[in-house]
Design a protein around this ligand. Sequence first.
Ligand code: TRP
Length: 358
Amino acid sequence: MNSPSKQGLRRHVLDVVVLTASGAPSKQPAMETVFSGIQPSGELHLGNYLGAVRNWVVLQGQYRCFYCIVDYHAITQPYDPVEMTARTRAMAIDILACGVDPDRATLFVQSAIPEHTELAWVLSSVAPHGELERMTQFKDKAERHPENINAGLFMYPVLQTADILLYGATRVPVGEDQRQHLELAREIVRRFNARFGETFAEPQPLFSTTPKILGLDGQAKMSKSLGNTIALSETDAAIWDKLRTAATDPARVKRTDPGTPEKCNIYTLHKFFSSDERQKEVHVGCSTAGIGCIDCKKMLFEGVKADLVRIRARGDELRADPARVDAILARGAAEARKVAVETMARVRARLGLPSAPA
Ligand code: TRP
């Protein structure tokens, strides 16, 4: 296992990062390729930092990594075009500020590489319609927005498959919510290979054992669309305001009611931001009503501040230098494009299509 101490992150949480789908620790990964994508939702919040990007930072030392800001996925939902460029750049800045290193990983924007949509179309001719209809994320989105059930939403997992296959990625770090999409990607690979000859390897999910980060409501997963997030770039005062009022174990109605830390999202956050001793102190204090929820939150806030100060400082530097960010993304796109073009040349040959014009 790789020690992430360079990032100043807590070891005990990160030690468990690389687990394969079967739960077995991965073997020496050599130069296997990792691909992961994130939507340009504007800025990172604690949920996608702890659940995803922190893992990306660890993986870049172990694999050939492609990290993609998936703007073509984002357009399947309503958004304001005027804001898109800024959202994409803000996301890139936060990812870099968290420690993704352009010298060790390729960071780029999906729409800069036309081969993503090109391969998605090709794959749509082997993707089983019935399976796409069974995707729970599609059904959820269709149910939540019956006025906007577009074909792009339906094709979303096919574009996601194209993202992965363009780079020959065999490892895909994703959350539980993407398990079904990954299974579909594997099915698409099998069908493509059966019809056109062995071309792609089946990508495997890389699930981490990171506990699920709930939102401030303590109910649902932390998510921008639910408005229950803490963004990494928020001020200390704003963060404390949100923490102060965040949901805790509902059993602790009065200060004297003992709680169950395992049922409290604040305790989950302590696991990332507090020392072992601090976590023990909080555990005992909560379960014996020795401390109140506000005491517990104050202790958490100390740890959050210490971690975010570093990320915010790096972010501020990049925000002051947009040209540098654009240059990093341009370099990432050039690296990615090289691989994508080669893959599409192989695919075109398999399909009996002419090669792409130079
Ligand atoms: N659908 C993913 C999400 O919302 C983002 C994504 C797009 C992705 N393409 C991908 C993740 C390819 C992994 C691999 O989280």
